[in-house]
Design a protein around this ligand. Structure first.
Ligand code: SF4
Length: 258
């Protein structure tokens, strides 16, 4: 179980990331409904695929709640194919579009008077919307100060030794929201910066020597000192799983050809 991180620790992380990478410009010219669709499509998918799927919906004149509802499910799935898991995601988008119809007659402005906690509960009750998707919709489409937690955030926070005592989604979210002021622009930028660091640097096998957080990261420092005392050891260790994987696929190929 983690200890309570010292006050200011997460602000310090943010300052370093922002200094290193600057603004990330997430969801720049998107309408709220487009952001909602993107939040569903991005589940387990690369952003390039999401962009292609959104472009297909736009070209088909279907990027609106009424447009999505008018499409047969199979056609919707075909249009969003680049975003992977397209059959499941078609059902999720259809459920979201139905919810908007019932909830506010497709007028997203009609959600404004509702408090954030009630909206979050309602979103979580829609088929296919879990905490990360609900919070992405709340933050990026509805501009509510809700911190989004994803796998990158958890990995980075854990390696920094700042993980909360309760390591659930809510525990991580509470950690950020208890240390930071509830500002939409800050949460928007911070999440985007963590995703960038997680994708480019703090990967499964991290590239700590390039990391702006190295001097405050116990995991990265331990790796650096191992590399100093036993050069090549980390590289060797990190290449081992790839060799095993390659050997496995060779074996499976030879098994299937029998
Ligand atoms: S120093 Fe390494 S482990 Fe720590 S956050 Fe940076 S990349 Fe991740």
């Amino acid at each position: 179980m983690g200890k309570t991180p010292p006050p200011g620790a997460l602000e310090a992380v943010y300052r370093r990331l922002f200094k290193a990478y600057g603004r990330q410009h997430w969801w720049p010219a998107y309408f709220p409904f487009e952001v909602m669709v993107g939040a569903v499509l991005t589940q387990s998918a690369a952003w390039t695929g999401v962009e292609k799927a959104i472009a297909n919906l736009k070209n088909a004149g279907a990027l609106s709640p009424v447009g999505l509802r008018a499409l047969p499910l199979a056609e919707l799935a075909r249009l969003i194919r680049p975003a992977v898991y397209y059959n499941a995601k078609a059902r999720k988008l259809a459920a979201l579009a139905s919810w908007l119809d019932v909830r506010c007659g497709d007028d997203i402005g009609g959600l404004i008077p509702s408090d954030t906690e009630s909206l979050r509960k309602e979103l979580l009750a829609v088929y296919g919307i879990g905490p990360e998707t609900a919070d992405s919709i709340l933050l990026y489409a509805l501009e509510r100060p809700v911190f989004v937690i994803d796998a990158y955030t958890r990995r980075i926070v854990e390696r920094l030794g700042l993980q909360p005592a309760e390591t659930s989604y809510d525990g991580y979210q509470q950690l950020f929201m208890s240390q930071l002021l509830p500002k939409v622009a800050l949460y928007n930028e911070y999440h985007a910066l963590l995703v960038r660091l997680g994708k480019e640097v703090c990967r499964g096998v991290p590239l700590c020597e390039r990391c702006p957080l190295l001097s405050m990261c116990p995991f990265g420092q331990a790796r650096a000192s191992t590399e100093k005392s036993q050069p090549g050891r980390l590289e060797e260790a990190s290449s081992r799983p790839r060799l095993t994987q390659a050997a496995r696929s060779r074996m499976s190929r030879s098994n299937s050809s029998r």
